[in-house]
Design a protein. Structure first.
Length: 371
């Protein structure tokens, strides 16, 4: 009953609901069951995939992660028919730079919570539905810890063999993006947005990238740009890249966008740049108002409040536009040299606005700062 989900159609994604950009992108894309199906079909054993009816795949509400671990783990739960029986697929995103050595133990707790919720709705049940865990991971080292609960039990080999019938055990599937090549990620039977998200998550951690892969990912961007409802996915990925990128990452993106990615991708890129400018202005205004009011209250004078508001707004606007300009320049042209950073630091608000507008159309960074 497995299905081929490498489709050009992209379902509308849910709004980003997390302050963590990795979590937000993960949930935005994989809350769409079409994208989630591609992930499961790519990493689970083929015999298990064939036994599942992915047309029945449904996102279930709630999170089962410990409150104290929500900075490290993000999860999504899906129900699916497995040979006409209800089962669950549990996708956990482990996004820290270090590996959680107790992951099998964490997952056991999460799985038990899934069962507890299910039993509240099925109080007369005498059997439990299968819960199949998949961990999506990206880090600098890759996954180096145990993937089986039995490996965490502190017994010598002979004692463990004697006791294994009496201790809990299960194994989880790890999708380790850290060690996935560009060709492997691009070749997965997934939607274009899913493959690009996995690539972006991997590359954000300093993942491997070769010049030979430029054509592959330019093609993936072009596929997404031509997909139904693909514009939202494009903006989500480009926004994520702009948020988490480093200089090397920015150079990679610039190189890809310099390929033949199509008009839709270029338009999405320009739209996002304009939106970042507007967000920077609004953020600057809000920060200026807060700083101005605070300064005025401290002075205790009405004149002080008014002056603080004016100065705060001006300072906030300048900082907001300066940050936006710096982000756009790095996104377009890579790392900035000392001279460029110095000019931005000394510029007036009018100069910053003029340079920001030029960034959207400039061929070279020198064109931005021309007199």
């Amino acid at each position: 009953m497995g299905i081929d989900i490498r489709s050009s159609r992209v379902q509308p994604a849910i709004a980003m609901a997390s302050n963590n950009p990795h979590d937000a992108l993960f949930k935005r894309v994989f809350s769409d069951v079409t994208n989630a199906a591609g992930e499961f079909c790519s990493v689970l054993p083929s015999a298990l995939v064939k036994a599942m009816d992915f047309k029945s795949l449904e996102l279930r509400p709630g999170s089962f992660v410990d409150e104290t671990l929500r900075e490290r783990h993000t999860d999504l739960l899906y129900s699916v028919q497995l040979r006409e029986r209800e089962a669950f697929l549990y996708l956990l995103f482990e996004h820290q730079s270090t590996v959680d050595g107790l992951m099998p133990y964490r997952l056991l707790g999460y799985i038990c919570r899934v069962w507890e919720n299910w039993l509240r709705d099925h109080p007369d049940a005498r059997r439990l539905p299968a819960v199949i865990p998949v961990v999506l991971h990206h880090s600098e080292t890759g996954w180096t810890a145990a993937t089986r609960l039995l490996d965490l039990i502190d017994l010598d080999g002979e004692s463990l063999q004697a006791a294994r019938a009496y201790v809990p055990d299960f194994q989880f599937c790890v999708d380790d993006l850290s060690h996935a090549s560009d060709e492997e990620l691009y070749g997965r039977a997934m939607t274009a947005v899913s493959r690009l998200v996995l690539w972006a998550l991997r590359t954000a951690r300093g993942g491997r990238f070769s010049a030979d892969a430029l054509t592959l990912w330019a093609q993936a961007f072009r596929e997404l740009g031509e997909a139904e409802n693909g514009r939202e996915g494009l903006e989500a990925i480009l926004r994520y890249i702009a948020y988490v990128r480093n200089d090397e990452h920015a150079n990679i993106i610039d190189a890809i966008l310099a390929e033949d990615v199509g008009e839709n991708v270029q338009e999405a890129y320009v739209t996002l740049a304009e939106r970042l400018i507007e967000e920077g202005r609004k953020a600057g205004l809000q920060q200026g108002l807060r700083e101005g009011v605070q300064q005025g209250v401290q002075q205790g004078l009405r004149e002080g409040v008014q002056q603080g508001l004016r100065e705060g707004v001006q300072q906030g606007l300048r900082e907001g536009i300066s940050d936006t300009l710096t982000s756009l320049l790095r996104l377009r042209f890579g790392a900035l040299d000392v001279a460029a950073e110095s000019r931005i630091a000394k510029a007036t608000v009018d100069e910053l606005r003029r340079w920001t507008e030029r960034t959207l159309v400039a061929e070279r960074i020198d064109d931005v700062f021309r007199r």
